[in-house]
Design a protein around this ligand. Sequence first.
Ligand code: SF4
Length: 339
Amino acid sequence: MTEARLWKSLKDGTVQCRLCNHYCVVRPGERGKCGVRANEDGVLYALNYGKIAALNLDPVEKKPLYHFQPGTRTFSFATMGCNLRCAFCQNWTLSQPPADDGRIEGRDATPQQLVDEAVHLGAASISYTYSEPTIFFELMQDTAKLAHARGLKNIMVSNGFMSRECLDALGPDIDAINVDLKSFSESFYKDTTGAHLKPVLDNLRHIKHTLKWWLEVTTLLIPGQNDSKEELDKLTDFLVGEIGPDTPWHISRFHPDYKMTDRGATRLDGLETAYAMGKSKGLKYVYIGNMPGANKQQTECPSCGALLIDRTGFSAGRTSIQNGKCAKCGEPIHGVDLG
Ligand code: SF4
């Protein structure tokens, strides 16, 4: 077993995990809310270290990251587990078993083996994704350091509910992140995900303005849950005013899954309404994802409207960006290694 990082001893063998904003107090013989961190005789262990439950070579666009090394492949993996309990989880067979029944399955792999495989496959980066990378922090941190040494970038795809200590411990090891901003309502976060809104907002500010990782934000739009005009008004005001208009915002289509099967998939007109609101507020890069036919996946110059990156599905085609600027009018285009 691998000893966990970011925890402290309390009294009588009890410990507190400091990895995410739940700050679980874990008694001997028990596990934290995520089901992957266990207190054995007063020491906290990461039970999922090196237990790879999902692994693929993906287009970076699938994360989704549209402004970070477009057109490249990213070696993507996960262990089982999550610190949230979203009723609408679209990956619940991977994220929920450790908390549901204690199961932690996966094939053994070391950070060195993972990085070797990524290099062998020609990946430009490694993505910590699919479940919630916060809860496989130790494996991510070890792998990310090795990946940097081999010239690969590191990407997190996260719910953003990690602790400040977790973010700062990762620091320069991470280059880019996509954070799910699931709603702008504390009651939604509390009742539907088991988490809280404020820590996610604080983390978004910290990532953008202090850590300066490349940041893109995704919102899964659920009919009747988080798509009211009032809520989207607040969410887009926050993105523009506090995170910055240069932050790409991905609006993603919900489909019925896990414990939320009582409503249909998000309709195109709902996605388009959110898209129009984001654009009208001044967000420069807004995208609709997971919706064939929406035709809102292209990157256009926010100044002259020229088509800069033409995307079909998850593949990025022709780019008209030179030295980080629109080839037609010279407007700076935000992102990393855009061309
Ligand atoms: S990662 Fe979060 S949910 Fe898991 S034990 Fe630590 S504080 Fe609790």
